[in-house]
Design a protein around this ligand. Structure first.
Ligand code: S3P
Length: 428
């Protein structure tokens, strides 16, 4: 499905952003492994999180959809999963395959887990290595460290792992496996990545603490079902924050957005670029959140690197668009992880922005953008990557002429109503 966008002015109004994807996945996983019922409000009802539900349903966990965004998970405790009759299919979801592999490694049964073409290209060696150190038995079918994975349930040992990458999926796979291990498990990461697993394991009654960039988990079999209120996903809010900043005359109130400090790098970048962004109505229920008001602004380039990268890794496609509307140079470095996301995001961001006439150069670990030149509409590929489709829809609203996005329906992965929500802000 191609979608078409043209230059617009004055995006105005309020928007409630769908629930956070990372927190929604984890609420299903921890709910399933807890005793009793977990109620999740503002659950992200999108393809990725529904893949997680389907995997747990195949292992005997009942998940009731009370409303599209309110679910009940009937947990069976840490040892209550049943052997699935068929292979588990994670669809496009990296979080599902990596975190679930940690859990499956410790089950008293064997599983096969796989997903779509993109999933079967993404690196799984990064979890196979530490999980194997814990005693897991994981075989990559094609022997290329990618899915399909055959996981033969084993007895696990606690380990300390020095992770070479700041990846919440790697950290969480190890910590989730650690819940079944015979001793303490700890993970040190080069920079702190999103800490939802740590916060939520604690919220469900687990024993975990963080010292600097090290997370230490003591196995405790007593997780209890909880009421989880999922904040809006800052990674989805990012498209509207950017639209408000780059579409002339705009003012948008983005409501109830999760602002966990391990995820809020975009806000820091917008401030460094001189954008008008204001946070209000703070709340803290398991995760901190706030309303975010943005207004059209004159922006200047900035440098994004180091410990900031894991705090905004999923926002880099839309930050690259933002940088095209900022005077001067924006440098994004230390972001080689972009190459192994749902698509090779360095390649596709550069290809699409060059088609729109931007001055952008790829580097081995990021890109350099000389902003301030008007962009022109173009026909763009999404590579079935939801964040690419949404980023370039926003670019289209601030570019001369018509922008057409091929494969635009991939937004279903994380934001099925994206185009309708965007349309509602257009004043015509
Ligand atoms: C996620 C972690 C990040 C992020 C992904 C969601 C998570 O991946 O890009 O969209 O929920 O743990 P990495 O752990 O590969 O950095």
């Amino acid at each position: 499905m191609p979608a078409v966008f043209k230059k617009t002015k004055n995006l105005k109004g309020e928007i409630i952003i769908p629930g956070d994807k990372s927190i929604s996945h984890r609420s299903v996983m921890l709910g399933a492994l807890s005793k009793g019922t977990t109620e999740v409000t503002h659950f992200l009802n999108a393809a990725d999180c529904n893949s997680t539900i389907k995997c747990f349903s195949k292992m005997g966990i009942e998940v009731e959809k009370l409303e599209p965004e309110r679910i009940l998970i009937h947990g069976k405790g840490l040892h209550g999963l049943q052997e699935p009759e068929q292979a588990l299919d994670v669809g496009n979801s990296g979080t599902t395959i990596r975190l679930l592999s940690g859990i499956l490694s410790a089950q008293p049964f064997n599983t096969k887990i796989s997903g779509d073409d993109s999933i079967c290209r993404r690196p799984m060696g990064r979890i196979i290595k530490p999980l194997s150190m814990m005693g897991a038995d994981i075989i990559s079918k094609e022997k290329n460290d990618c899915a399909p994975l055959y996981i033969n349930g084993s007895t696990l040992h606690g380990i300390h792992y020095d992770s070479p990458i700041a990846s919440a999926q790697v950290k969480s796979a190890i910590l989730f496996a650690g819940m079944y291990a015979d001793g303490i498990t700890s993970v040190t990461e080069p920079y702190v990545s999103r800490n939802h697993s740590e916060k939520m394991i604690q919220f469900f009654g687990g024993d975990i603490k963080t010292e600097g960039t090290t997370h230490i988990l003591t196995p405790d079999p007593h997780l209890e079902g909880q009421k989880v209120i999922v904040p809006g996903d800052i990674s989805s809010a990012a498209y509207f924050i950017t639209a408000g900043l780059i579409v002339e005359g705009s003012e948008i109130l983005v409501k109830n957005v999760g602002i966990n400090p391990t995820r809020d790098g975009l806000i820091e970048v917008v401030k460094a670029m001189g954008g008008s962004i204001e946070l209000m109505n703070f709340k803290d229920e398991m995760e901190p959140c706030a309303d975010i008001l943005v207004k059209y602004s004159h922006l200047k380039g900035t440098t994004i690197s180091g410990s900031l990268i894991p705090r905004l890794i999923d926002e880099i496609p839309i930050i690259a668009v933002l940088a095209c509307f900022a005077e001067g140079q924006t440098v994004i470095k230390d972001a080689q992880e972009l190459k192994v996301k749902e698509s090779n995001r360095i390649e596709v961001i550069v290809e699409n922005l060059q088609r729109m006439g931007a001055d952008i150069t790829p580097t081995d670990d990021g890109m350099i953008i000389n902003g301030g030149k008007p962009l022109k509409g173009a026909v763009l590929g999404s590579r079935h990557d939801h964040r690419i489709a949404m980023s370039f829809a926003i670019a289209g609203l601030a570019s001369e002429g018509k922008t057409e996005i091929i494969g635009s329906e991939c937004v279903n992965i994380s934001y099925p109503n994206f185009y309708t929500d965007l349309q509602n802000l257009i004043q015509e």
